[in-house]
Design a protein around this ligand. Structure first.
Ligand SMILES: *[C@@H]1O[C@H](CO)[C@@H](O)[C@H](O)[C@H]1NC(C)=O
Ligand SMILES: *[C@@H]1O[C@H](CO)[C@@H](O)[C@H](O)[C@H]1NC(C)=O
Ligand SMILES: *[C@@H]1O[C@H](CO)[C@@H](O)[C@H](O)[C@H]1NC(C)=O
Ligand SMILES: *[C@@H]1O[C@H](CO)[C@@H](O)[C@H](O)[C@H]1NC(C)=O
Ligand SMILES: *[C@@H]1O[C@H](CO)[C@@H](O)[C@H](O)[C@H]1NC(C)=O
Ligand SMILES: *[C@@H]1O[C@H](CO)[C@@H](O)[C@H](O)[C@H]1NC(C)=O
Length: 476
């Protein structure tokens, strides 16, 4: 733990006056009214985002753990560590666990039995109180078009045509048998005791990567949701990636999936580390865009954001970002109420990472933001645009509780969407008017476990590039 983190100066706006914090001097009388947005139950009945681990981080950056192989033994070695991380229960397999070019005799998705035994993996995880996640992409295999959909006389090729580039065909959702194929796969997953399904390459969104994805693959999301429902087993549906956020599609995602990716993949292009700060800046800004769209279309959301794997568990060298930045990442994922699906190497968590992941006070904040996501309210304006120095508020809930995040993202490294250039420590000041609230609040600095006392007008923090503070507010 660096001294830097512990010494971050956080004050109420009233304490030393506006002179020390130039931002606070700006008029805030024109700040827009705060629209409080909440999360309600998701389509498959969840009241908080998923927490656990996913294999993509190590798969995409194999140099972070060269001994890792994507198989049953190595996944178990990682996921058994979830037992020591209270609240994190889902062990999620990314691409590569299933047979890549054909299904079983009914064209249902098969696990690759040279590397995995999915029912045995599920049993192992469940015996430890954990859950299992699998990964799928839209369509049935081209190789399977002459196979009959189970309990029907219909061949897959009668209701699934063309080639979407991933050696699969595209279902015609006007045909009821298309739904029956999805049901047959979901039934199989339920029988194996799967708890979480990640559906990748959903369009509109999912840049095609040279594939031939259909312009509108939203029917697949609806079909997987119905298929999961009819199994009677509680499974989460997580959809990916870079999904269209216009009202029409946001509505479809919101009504059918439990979480949706807000951005591209987070990886470090094969480096011996998991992520770079520029990528994280982009992820924060994509969450900002997502929640701003959500505020525009909804009074409450039924879907949680998936900012992709949370890559903060390993030391700064392996994570690829500094300890202060790791804390800032954790703060933003918590603030967003986002999935907390770790991509780190769980066999080498460091002490700082362990605290980030298991800190009780931070978990309490996550329970709050599972109901009230943070939204941007910028210093000096209350605006929602991208800035180097940003403020966010979640809530307030009717009981007067709120969460505030103040951040200095540092200079924009090219993908962040803001125009920051300052490499200095900066005061980030948010008045109550900026945040859209009134009254007196008791303020607590969560990571530093430090009370800031009762504040009547706002809060400010002196933050270096990449630093942030996570504050809870309780109406006094
Ligand atoms: C990693 O990210 C880069 C840039 O976003 C992307 O081009 C590359 O395909 C990704 N690698 C993997 C394995 O996903
Ligand atoms: C593995 O799967 C193949 C089909 O992909 C099957 O022919 C074989 O019998 C299976 N082996 C075991 C041990 O289940
Ligand atoms: C499906 O059957 C048709 C007609 O018999 C045949 O031409 C085609 O090659 C078959 N496709 C596959 C993938 O087996
Ligand atoms: C950081 O963690 C990696 C394992 O992820 C370890 O090999 C390395 O020695 C650690 N480095 C430092 C500086 O502690
Ligand atoms: C960011 O900088 C560019 C180029 O200097 C400028 O055109 C643009 O208006 C700036 N945007 C904001 C939000 O300040
Ligand atoms: C926070 O500090 C208080 C005393 O101010 C202490 O009672 C409490 O245990 C601390 N919490 C944590 C999580 O360290």
């Amino acid at each position: 733990m660096t001294g830097r983190l512990l010494s971050a100066l956080v004050l109420g706006l009233g304490v030393t006056g506006a002179a020390a914090a130039p931002n606070a001097k700006r008029t805030t009388s024109h700040s827009p009214q705060l629209k409080i947005i909440s999360y309600k139950e998701t389509p498959n009945g969840f009241r908080s985002s998923a927490r656990g681990w996913n294999s993509f981080g190590i798969q995409a950056n194999p140099l972070t753990l060269p001994s890792f192989k994507f198989d049953q033994e190595h996944v178990i070695e990682q996921c058994d560590h979830l037992v020591g991380l209270p609240g994190y229960d889902t062990c999620s397999l990314d691409s590569g666990w299933s047979v890549g070019d054909h299904g079983d005799e009914y064209g249902r998705i098969l696990y690759d039995n040279t590397t995995f035994n999915i029912p045995a993996l599920a049993d192992h995880l469940h015996s430890k109180g954990l859950k299992l996640g699998v990964y799928v992409v839209p369509g049935a295999f081209l190789e399977d078009v002459n196979k009959t959909i189970i309990h029907t006389n219909t061949k897959i090729g009668d209701v699934c045509h063309g080639n979407e580039g991933l050696i699969r065909c595209i279902f015609d959702f006007t045909r009821p048998e298309a739904q029956l194929w999805h049901n047959s796969c979901a039934d199989q997953f339920a029988k194996w005791k799967v708890d979480f399904v990640k559906l990748d390459f959903v369009t509109p969104g999912s840049p095609d990567n040279g594939q031939m994805l259909p312009p509108d693959g939203s029917g697949t999301v609806i079909a997987w949701h119905k298929a999961i429902k009819q199994t009677g087993r509680k499974m989460r549906l997580d959809i990916s990636w870079k999904l269209d956020r216009t009202q029409k599609y946001f509505n479809i995602w919101n009504s059918n999936a439990d979480s949706m990716r807000t951005d591209q993949d987070l990886n470090n292009s094969g480096q011996p580390s998991f992520v770079a700060w520029a990528t994280v800046q982009r992820a924060f800004d994509n969450y900002r865009q997502w929640i701003v769209a959500g505020l525009q279309f909804f009074d409450h959301l039924n879907i949680y954001p998936d900012m992709d794997n949370l890559l903060v568990g390993n030391n700064a060298t392996t994570s690829g970002i500094t300890d202060a930045q790791r804390q800032t990442v954790m703060t933003h994922y918590i603030g967003a109420g986002a999935n907390l699906i770790l991509g780190s190497d769980l066999t080498h968590l460091d002490k700082f990472g362990l605290n980030l992941l298991t800190n009780k006070a931070a978990h309490d904040v996550a329970d709050f933001t599972a109901q009230y996501p943070m939204q941007p309210r910028n210093p000096g304006t209350g605006g929602q645009d991208a800035k180097q120095l940003q403020a966010w508020i979640a809530g307030p809930a009717p009981n007067g509780k709120a969460v505030v995040v103040l951040a200095n993202y540092g200079p924009d490294l090219g993908q962040g969407g803001f125009n920051g250039t300052s490499t200095d420590d900066e005061w980030v000041s948010a008045s109550w008017a900026d945040l859209g609230i009134k009254g007196t609040y008791s303020v607590h600095d969560v990571w530093n476990n430090k009370s800031l006392g009762k504040q009547k007008s706002g809060v400010k923090a002196k933050l270096g590039p990449g630093e942030s503070v996570l504050l809870t507010l309780t109406r006094a």
